[in-house]
Design a protein around this ligand. Structure first.
Ligand code: AMP
Length: 208
């Protein structure tokens, strides 16, 4: 299955992607995660990406599209994939259409208030990349992941950048929803994750 996850920052795309990947045995492709890896490499491109991400801006389409095409060309994507964070605009959606067919697009809906609340309390492990939420899913030990890694707050999850990221998302979302309207399934992502997973399972079983 080839699936795209759309939704505001903090809508749970990463969590849903993990659930779907486990269920469908396909890879999770997150352009944001790939950019965070690149931004730690210290290369000129990595530094440029880091500055853009930390300020809540998008990475230019040419860079993003190269990263995505490279990942989709790997063997493990032949049986499908869960795309999280791509496409972010219509140009990216058009490129994707040239490279692959798609089966479903899940839109995870949450309010702005929920997005801000979830993002400001999000922490990520520097080592294994596991994501915690200080309110709903806190680590056992303060500042530490279960793998022993250090937890940190993403620079772009700080309140001053969140508003900008949400605004950019809203500008693009409408176009993408229109573009994918025939294969869109909408999910109420305010609900607890157990209910969200059930909804995703129902959509998957209806598709088969
Ligand atoms: P995410 O983890 O999806 O929130 O992405 C983190 C950051 O990576 C975004 O704020 C952008 O700066 C960058 N990014 C991720 N995916 C894309 C994309 N498809 N197009 C442009 N920039 C992206």
């Amino acid at each position: 299955m080839r699936i795209i996850l759309l939704g505001k920052q903090g809508s749970g795309k990463g969590t849903c992607a993990e659930f779907l990947c486990e269920k469908l045995k396909v890879p999770h492709i997150s352009t944001g995660e790939r950019f965070r890896e690149l931004s730690q490499e210290g290369s000129e491109l990595g530094n440029k990406i880091k500055n853009l991400i930390d300020a809540g801006n998008l990475v230019p389409d040419d860079v993003t599209i190269n990263v995505l095409k490279d990942r989709l060309s790997k063997d493990d994507c032949k049986k499908g994939f869960i795309l999280d964070g791509f496409p972010r605009n219509l140009d990216q959606a058009h490129v994707l259409e040239e490279v692959t067919d798609l089966d479903l697009v899940f839109v995870l809906n949450i309010s702005d208030e929920t997005a801000v609340k979830r993002l400001t309390s999000r922490r990520q492990c520097r080592g294994c990349l596991k994501i915690y939420n200080l309110i709903t899913n806190p680590p056992k030990e303060d500042g530490k992941c279960s793998c022993g890694g250090e937890l940190y707050q993403r620079e772009d999850d700080k309140e001053e950048f969140i508003k900008k990221r949400l605004e950019i998302y809203k500008q693009e979302e409408e176009d993408l929803i229109e573009f994918y309207h025939a294969i869109i399934r909408t999910v109420d992502a305010e609900k607890p994750s157990s209910e969200i997973f059930k909804t995703l399972e129902r959509f998957l079983s209806e598709f088969k």
